[in-house]
Design a protein around this ligand. Structure first.
Ligand SMILES: [Zn+2]
Length: 347
């Protein structure tokens, strides 16, 4: 279902993007630096939230002017955990800082511009909707989409249901980055805090920041690296040169994710495709998938992986989205809402 135009937005910690989405294509793309607590420190979290509402309303009005007609539907991809049932933003560290309270963005937009309909989803959800747009529902089971960058998140698409089901009460799905896990490096079990404050969450080992945690424990990398960028650059070079110490750190980083995949695939064997994306994966491929597979085989699926060592590799895909992917995801999101095919219909 195409048509439109719709106003679409990609709201991230670094940039706000907007565009018109019509017949499956973007036009009038616009981008500006995000209004966040780091670059606009004189505003409180509450004022920053109100500024986001103002930006969205003003941009939607500007896009209407460009198009020359009223735009009735708006799709928003937003980089924050949220209740998919209500559209409530539960927290957004990168945008509004650690002190921010939850925010009813959907309610505010409806209050100030009630003539339009809005659909808001987490950016991983929007990215997955973009990825699966060409999938034939009759020939696919479930698609697990995992993003590994500053943090780790995932979403599971159920082709039979045509959507991304969420918990009926909390509207959540796929926040694997905050599952407790563990890893071992050179015989020692390591322990780190997650950005959320939790102990030994997947993020603390597997995200970009998690890899930095591991590298800081290794004198070979930590000594002589003045900045985090230096540390990551030396590690990335090491991985590509098959340096054994760099590969050991990579394995310690992928092992907790492999452990979670083994549990997921044990319970849900119709996950037929596992898509990996995000800066960590893109910088380290093809070594990333090889390491993940090695760790998956170490953990093993009972009576499966010893007979079928390619079980995971057959399912792995890499997605390399460009800068406009968030807007395209928002476009698919609003189309999905408009055609009433999805679980993402708020009411
Ligand atoms: Zn956490």
């Amino acid at each position: 279902m195409k048509a439109g135009p719709y106003a679409v937005f990609d709201i991230g910690g670094t940039f706000f993007r907007s565009a018109l989405w019509r017949d499956g294509l973007l036009s009038n793309v616009s981008k500006r630096p995000s209004l966040n607590f780091l670059n606009t420190p004189h505003l409180s979290p509450c004022e920053l939230q109100n500024e986001l509402v103002t930006y969205l309303l003003n941009e939607a009005a500007r896009l209407e002017e460009v198009f020359g007609k009223r735009i009735g539907h708006v799709g928003i991809s937003l980089g924050a955990p949220m209740n998919a049932k209500t559209g409530e933003i539960l927290q957004s560290g990168p945008l509004w800082g650690p002190e921010a309270k939850s925010f009813d963005l959907l309610g505010q937009l409806r209050r100030f511009a009630p003539a339009r309909t809005y659909v808001i989803a987490n950016d991983v959800t929007a990215a997955l909707l973009r990825y699966v747009r060409d999938i034939d529902p009759s020939s696919n089971g479930k698609v697990l989409y995992i993003t590994i960058s500053t943090g780790v998140g995932s979403r599971l698409f159920d082709a039979k249901r045509g959507g991304i089901p969420t918990d009926s009460q909390h509207g959540f799905q796929g926040e694997i980055g905050h599952l407790p896990t563990q890893t071992i490096l050179h015989g020692s079990q390591l322990s780190f805090r997650c950005d959320c404050g939790g102990k030994d969450h997947l993020n603390a080992f597997t995200s970009g920041r998690g890899i930095l945690n591991l590298l800081r424990e290794q004198p070979k990398f930590a000594s002589g690296s003045e900045t985090d960028d230096d540390l990551l650059r030396r590690f990335t070079e090491g991985v590509h040169n098959e340096d054994l110490d760099a590969i050991a750190v990579l394995d310690a980083s992928t092992s907790p994710l492999a452990q979670i995949l083994a549990i997921l695939l044990t319970h849900d064997p119709i996950i037929e495709t596992i898509v990996l994306t995000g800066g960590v994966v893109h910088k380290l491929e093809p070594s990333y998938c090889e390491s993940l597979n090695r760790q998956f085989l170490n953990h093993g699926l009972f009576q499966v992986t010893d007979r079928d060592p390619d079980y995971l590799m057959r399912r792995l895909r890499i997605d390399t989205p460009d800068d406009s992917a968030g807007l395209v995801g928002a476009g698919h999101l609003v189309e999905t809402l408009h055609s009433r095919r999805s679980v993402y219909v708020y009411d």
